[in-house]
Design a protein around this ligand. Structure first.
Ligand code: FE2
Ligand code: FE2
Length: 356
């Protein structure tokens, strides 16, 4: 929601909804502050010196997703259609539906790529009540966002999104009820679950000649791990197909941030920490780098609690480490803390996202 606020009532931490213009020495109209900027005390002092009645600010909740609701709704519809085709496909009608599914997915990829800012908090990618459906969709969106960072071309992004959506298609061949078991799996059951990678590969391979080999490899190898500890083939490093290396990061992040019958969901920050900590072990470090650019556990303007017990507002993101943004203290807004670059604050961590 956008609100007009008089200059004397602006609080640090709010986000500008529209550009603020000024006049330079050549009497040209120039943008002084851009929409989307989080206002710090210094900005507010600057605004006070201008002849302004007020500014437009956006009232963003701290964990609001940056994909607009309308697009989100369109994505759900597109995905709904696509998923229906895929469901029919996994029942043996794959060839017949593959073209329809392809057209729908193409619109879906376009809708996601149309977003200027694809930084998001996956907690807010709750598109649907169905867990598997939600898992596939949020992974697809994450993969598209990472692929953009990795500078993949449009055709590759499309194929990656395709692979991401059907990566668990082999689940349909598992014994009924196994995935819904309200407890941790036994070793034998886990061995059974592992087969979904090969089953998925078989479904995709036997169904259509149109499916790119990259998609098949993505489905087969999404549980391989960079250090060779994954399955089904224990592949290592760059021997793991690129799509599978991307999907595995999105897959683990989505799985960790979803609750399971036997454990509650990780906070996005905890899941990001897990992925960062496993860069070069479980995950391709280059893919993790792209991942860190698209996930945002602490969006700009959100209120956080830090380990010293104080409350702060996030003023700037850090693309190298989203867990260590630039913040300022609520009780002392002139104290700007760069959690990543300022060595005096290396011992300070963000402990919680809090309501404003
Ligand atoms: Fe899987
Ligand atoms: Fe999965």
């Amino acid at each position: 929601m956008i609100k007009f606020v008089s200059v004397d009532r602006i609080k640090p931490g709010v986000t500008l909804a529209r550009d603020i213009y000024g006049i330079d020495t050549f009497t040209e109209r120039i943008v002084m502050l851009k929409a989307g900027q989080t206002l710090t005390p210094a900005h507010i002092t600057k605004l006070m010196g201008l002849d302004l009645q007020g500014v437009y600010i956006s009232e963003r909740k701290s964990n609001e997703i940056l994909i607009p609701d309308k697009t989100k709704a369109e994505l759900v519809n597109l995905f709904d259609e696509f998923h229906a085709h895929i469901d029919e496909a996994s029942l043996g009608l794959y060839n017949e539906y593959i073209d329809d599914a392809t057209n729908t997915l193409s619109d879906f990829v376009d809708a996601v790529l149309d977003q200027d800012d694809l930084t998001f908090n996956i907690e807010n990618l709750n598109f649907h009540d169905n867990i598997q459906y939600n898992h596939a969709l949020s992974i697809a969106v994450l993969c598209i966002a990472m692929a953009r960072e990795l500078r993949l071309n449009k055709n590759s992004i499309f194929n990656l999104a395709f692979a991401a959506i059907i990566h668990d298609i082999g689940d349909s061949q598992l014994p009924a009820g196994l995935l819904e078991k309200p407890a941790k799996l036994t070793e034998e059951e886990f061995e059974e679950v592992k087969k979904h990678t090969i089953e998925g590969f078989n479904i995709v391979s036997s169904s259509s000649n149109n499916v790119s080999s990259h998609i098949k490899e993505g489905v087969l190898s999404h549980h391989e791990r960079y250090d060779g500890s994954g399955y089904p083939n224990g592949l290592k490093g760059k021997n793991i197909p690129f799509f599978a290396r991307i999907i595995s990061v999105a897959d683990v992040y989505s799985a960790l941030t979803s609750s399971r019958p036997y454990r509650s969901a990780y906070q996005p920050a905890e899941a990001i920490e897990y992925i960062m900590g496993n860069a070069g072990r479980q995950f391709d470090p280059g893919v993790v780098k792209a991942f860190l650019k698209v996930v945002s556990p602490y969006p700009i303007g959100s209120c956080v609690k830090i380990s010293s017990g104080e409350k702060a507002v996030v003023a700037e993101q850090n693309p190298k480490n989203p867990l260590r943004p630039v913040i300022f203290l609520i009780d002392d807004p002139t104290t700007i803390i760069d959690l990543y670059n300022d060595s005096c604050f290396y011992n300070i961590v963000i402990t919680d996202l809090i309501a404003e």
